[in-house]
Design a protein around this ligand. Structure first.
Ligand SMILES: Cc1ncc(COP(=O)(O)O)c(C=O)c1O
Length: 376
């Protein structure tokens, strides 16, 4: 599919909307919506067929996610949301009193509370201070002590859009024997998220933002190395090797990441995500990154031209992804006025956060910046 065809498949674009809010939730394309409807049709008419649809989508979506993340499908597990994935992580590690975790002070709380909750086990959290939305690797490195057991970070920060160089950070963690965890929900499907290249031990992401699918459909990745020492806290009937000998009660766990899938999954979400990923594959993840960065750089340039200082101004491409955030006076008034023109962005923590995707255009960005210029 080319970009023009892709744009035609989004009803909100056809209706004249400029949608720059993928960091919150992505719109559903017509093919994704039709796939969901047809799955519902089979759920009410032909249940055998609906199960086959699920099996096929499950296999295909994991292959596609594996392609996106450069991992094997059996290193991936479905899970409800990123928060649940982070809880799987914290509960699977053998913590000792005095162990420390490094986060930072602008992380989304899904990647914070599960670690703070380890206090009762004597685990302490170090919050590295960000600098105007930027997290310097040197600040993370200097927070490390010999008790640091794990570092967790969002590849792309929800608020500032800052992209951490996870290749360098992952190498550091590997060299220091630190478990490396990545929240990729603001990055996967937008910019390179290669778990091998970055030596990632654990990663979580979700379908409803940049991957433009349904809520309640998230995934986790676990490296073979971490999987070998991982203690499974939650088990269910689908965690075992032979779930269909139902009454055997043989608690022999699946060796791979599928053991994290404790029971019946969000089938609709998986079917929808599989269809959405088809579109991403047709463009290619490398091309998507190029298109997203071209949009981000153009957006930053245009905003700078009207006297606004986006947080990521002056940063190299390796620290940027799809989010462009900036301060204006009375941001609520600005956002509301934009909404009246059918331009959709977001406010987070007093910042206007815009998040166009690869299929958004320079023309749309120009329209948005012109509208902002009239308002400030
Ligand atoms: C960085 C980041 N992580 C996680 C989430 C979502 O967490 P959950 O899937 O638990 O709702 C968001 C946004 O909602 C986010 O921006």
């Amino acid at each position: 599919m080319n970009i023009a065809e892709i744009r035609k498949s989004f009803p909100n674009i056809k209706a004249g909307q400029i949608y720059f809010n993928h960091a919150s939730i992505g719109p559903l394309s017509v093919p994704v919506k039709e796939t969901i409807n047809s799955y519902f049709e089979s759920r009410s008419l032909n249940l055998k067929q609906s199960f086959d649809v699920f099996l096929e989508a499950d296999k295909s979506a994991k292959l596609r996610l594996g392609g996106m993340l450069n991992c094997r499908p059996n290193q991936l597990s479905w899970i409800g949301n990123v928060s649940d994935a982070m809880n799987v992580l914290v509960n699977g590690i053998d913590w000792g009193a005095g162990d420390r975790v490094i986060l930072n002070d602008i992380e989304f709380p899904a990647n914070v509370y599960p670690f703070l909750n380890l206090k009762s086990k004597g685990v302490e959290v170090d919050l590295v201070k960000s600098r105007n939305g930027i997290i310097k690797l040197e600040d993370i490195f200097s927070a490390v002590t010999e008790k640091t057991k794990l570092i967790s970070i969002s590849l792309v920060q929800f608020l500032s859009g800052f992209r951490t160089d996870i290749i360098e950070l992952g190498m550091f963690c590997k060299e220091h024997g630190i478990i490396f965890s990545v929240d990729a929900i603001q990055a996967a499907g937008v910019v390179n998220t290669d778990v091998q290249e970055a030596n990632v031990d654990f990663l979580a992401g979700g379908a409803h933002k940049w991957l433009m699918s349904l809520t309640g459909t998230s995934y986790l990745y676990i490296s073979d190395k971490l999987n070998r020492i991982f203690k499974l806290s939650n088990v269910g009937w689908l965690s075992v090797k032979d779930p269909w000998h139902i009454l055997d009660y043989n608690l022999e766990l699946k060796p791979d990441a599928e053991k994290f899938q404790t029971g019946t999954m969000n089938v609709t979400g998986i079917v929808a995500l599989n269809k959405s990923l088809e579109m991403f594959e047709s463009v290619g993840f490398n091309n998507i990154e190029k298109l997203v960065l071209a949009n981000t750089n153009y957006f930053i340039e245009k905003l700078t031209g009207i006297g606004i200082e986006p947080l990521l101004k002056n940063l190299p491409n390796k620290n940027k992804a799809g989010i462009v955030s900036f301060y204006v006076e009375k941001p609520e008034r600005v956002l509301l006025s934009l909404q009246k023109k059918n331009i959709i962005g977001e406010i987070r923590e007093g910042l206007i956060r815009m998040s166009p995707h690869f299929y958004n255009t320079k023309k749309e960005i120009k329209t948005v910046v012109n509208s902002i210029s009239e308002l400030i």
